[in-house]
Ligand binder design. Structure first.
Ligand SMILES: Nc1ncnc2c1ncn2[C@@H]1O[C@H](COP(=O)(O)OP(=O)(O)OP(=O)(O)O)[C@@H](O)[C@H]1O
Ligand SMILES: Cc1ncsc1CCO
Ligand SMILES: [Mg+2]
Length: 268
């Protein structure tokens, strides 16, 4: 039986999951605040000496290659080993994986470890699937629609869930698929909201039975909060605090009601 966004947000708020985030320097503070506002308990723990130990006690692990360096990669490997040994879900955010040889190689190595969930923008998902993309840096330059086939292929390769985000989001586990509308054009003007969403996918994965339901709930939570914040914002600057407020203010019942109009099931 699938679990709805409403049920999963209620579970999250009833018992805030501990989420280990190995993320980039830009995102650390932003993602921690997003997770706290949504109802989770983030911890940015990345050194190889402790990352594996921590992954065993966390509810989920998220791994982001945004500001990549050798120490980060060692910490990621240790943490993934710990998460897998303890049967915990882990989420990959392949930031700018098309940009350099180091990123291409690291992202491919991490995908080979079969992440429970991959969340990226369309340029990143196209690149992970070995296809050409318009992406240069960390922002998405391709349409989500153009990356849907790549997402399906990647889900089949990894046996996990793949989410492509942009103006409208797409998620698939290779069998099921859905599109989620909503959010705000101010979201890509706020750095690290994608990185933060990756953290929130981890939070929902920690409380859900099924990572597809978890990803859908995380995307819906962002879509609904983003739409609400947009109504009151004058631009990207005033959007940021309103978005945090909206992540916190949305109740499970409201998420259930508002996500309904945002969700569209599609055949995978
Ligand atoms: N034009 C848009 N309109 C509405 N929502 C958007 C738009 N662009 C992105 N979003 C939303 O913003 C959030 C982050 O997605 P995005 O694809 O921008 O991540 P990203 O490129 O990985 O970001 P970053 O790397 O800066 O963290 C998602 O919830 C997505 O739905
Ligand atoms: C701007 C930026 N540079 C490396 S990571 C990051 C955060 C958005 O992905
Ligand atoms: Mg990103």
């Amino acid at each position: 039986m699938s679990q709805s966004p409403q049920e999963l947000l209620a579970a999250l708020r009833a018992a805030p999951p501990l989420v280990q985030c190995i993320t980039n320097y830009v995102a650390m503070n932003i993602a921690a605040n997003v997770l706290l506002a949504a109802g989770a308990s983030p911890a940015m723990v990345s050194d190889a000496e402790e990352a594996g130990e921590f992954a065993r006690i966390a509810g989920a692990l998220t791994v982001n290659i945004g500001t990549l360096s050798s120490p980060f990669v060692s910490g990621m490997r240790a943490a993934i080993e710990g998460a897998q040994a303890a049967g915990k879900p882990w989420v990959l955010d392949p930031v700018a994986c098309q940009a350099t040889a180091l990123r291409r190689r690291t992202a491919a190595d991490l995908v080979a470890l079969k992440p429970t969930i991959i969340r990226g923008n369309a340029s990143e998902i196209l690149s992970l699937a070995g296809e050409a993309s318009q992406g240069q840096g960390v922002d998405g330059r391709d349409s989500v629609t153009a990356a849907e086939e790549a997402a399906r292929w990647l889900a089949a390769q990894t046996g996990g869930v793949v989410a492509v985000t942009g103006e409208s989001d797409f998620v698939t586990d290779g069998t099921r698929a859905a599109r989620i509308a909503g959010g705000s054009p101010y979201m890509p003007m706020n750095t690290a909201l994608g990185c933060s969403l990756t953290g929130l996918c981890g939070a929902y994965a920690a409380v859900a039975d099924d990572p597809f339901d978890a990803t859908l709930a995380a995307l819906a939570h962002f879509a609904v909060a983003g739409r609400r914040a947009h109504e009151q914002a004058q631009g990207p600057g005033s959007f940021a605090p309103r978005f945090l407020d909206a992540l916190h203010a949305v109740t499970p019942e409201a998420l259930g009601a508002e996500a309904c109009s945002a969700l569209e099931s599609v055949t995978a």
